[in-house]
Design a protein around this ligand. Structure first.
Ligand code: NAD
Length: 312
């Protein structure tokens, strides 16, 4: 069993670190939040006083942080040059491709092997150890990371060189965001045309319009399998996180001059829903309520009727 440092014990990292500890690894954990550290201690990890203290003598290091700037800060001030160069570095956060590649290069220049290994699956999958990891890095780094990622996931896939894990993650989520919006507007139109939603589901889920957003994650309550729609859109994958991933996808698209009209529409729609209408905390399928005009966020100002101008 190895000594593993785990930095970032939030919604996702908390469950992931617990699974490494449960598998018998000696997990040294650090988070800026005392509450998160306390939860990790109860789950069998040994709390450390800082990132530096957690990574000293580590054989493997996992980070699960909010965004690129946190990853850059933690690697450059607390890990590179502080952890033994023999440690395998695994960043599981969802961040921009450019930062992922730069950090991997900086790590490599100091003799470390590093992978970007973002995940698909939410908090429940992090707790159950059933995440899907998309991994970017050399074949050798991937093979060193795999046994640790295997404990936390149900699938670990090598996507290519440094940054390829992040590229796969944001491409997948751009498709998911766009297909969810298309599924929502389709169900709203079907209903307005007089179709029973369950009947339309039975037809379309076996016809050429079939997609995951419909058959596995239907945005209408009571239709298809149980989904966040059946729990008033609580739990699941927050609209704010979908917006974060769509913004990363658009940033990446601009950097390589790729035309992404549907991704860009999805970004605009999730910005409106998550930020302007206050729906960021709801599951991303709740965007159907903005599309059918039934959304009423607490404290949200209803839009004026058509033709009425609000005073500035
Ligand atoms: P979170 O905000 O719950 O957790 C992040 C943790 O990092 C917090 O506990 C915070 O205190 C800690 N942190 C921040 N800066 C730190 C620093 N300098 N040193 C130590 N700790 C620090 O976020 P989360 O929901 O766990 O998500 C983590 C990552 O996983 C994000 O990149 C997110 O996009 C991605 N992700 C989340 C989900 C999800 O459903 N929540 C699903 C897939 C991917």
């Amino acid at each position: 069993m190895a000594r593993v440092a785990f930095i970032g014990l939030g919604n996702m990292g908390g469950g992931m670190a617990a699974n490494l500890a449960k598998a018998g690894h000696d997990v040294r954990a650090f988070d800026l939040s005392a509450e998160a550290l306390d939860r990790a201690k109860k789950a069998g990890c040994l709390p450390a006083e800082s990132t530096e203290a957690a990574v000293a003598e580590a054989e493997a290091i996992v980070t699960m942080l909010p965004a690129g700037k946190h990853v850059r800060d933690v690697y450059e001030t607390g890990i590179i040059g502080k952890a033994p160069p023999s440690a395998i570095l695994m960043d599981c956060s969802t961040i921009d491709v450019v930062t992922a590649r730069e950090e991997a290069e900086k790590a490599q220049a100091k003799g470390y092997q590093m992978v970007d290994a973002p995940v698909s699956g939410g908090i429940a999958a992090a707790e159950a150890g059933t995440l899907t990891f998309m991994v970017g890095g050399t074949r050798e780094a991937f093979e060193r990371a795999e046994p640790f990622l295997d404990i936390m996931g149900k699938a670990v896939i090598h996507a290519g060189g440094a940054g390829a894990g992040q590229a796969a993650k944001i491409c997948n989520n751009m498709l998911l965001g766009a297909s969810m919006v298309a599924t929502c507007e389709t169900f709203v139109l079907a209903r307005k045309l007089g179709l029973d939603p369950q009947t339309f589901f039975d037809i379309s889920s076996q016809a050429s319009g079939q997609c995951w957003s419909m058959t596995s994650y239907c945005p209408l309550p009571g239709v298809g399998p149980e989904t966040p729609a059946d729990r008033d859109y609580d739990g699941g994958f927050a609209a704010a996180l979908m917006l974060k991933d769509l913004r990363l996808a658009m940033e990446a698209a601009r950097s390589v001059d790729s035309y992404t009209p549907m991704g860009s529409d999805a970004e605009e729609l999730y910005t409106r829903f998550a930020e302007k209408l206050g729906g960021g905390g709801k599951d991303f399928s709740a965007i159907i309520k903005m599309i059918d005009d039934s959304w009423q966020a607490e404290g949200a100002v209803p839009p004026p009727p058509p033709g009425v101008q609000l005073p500035k």
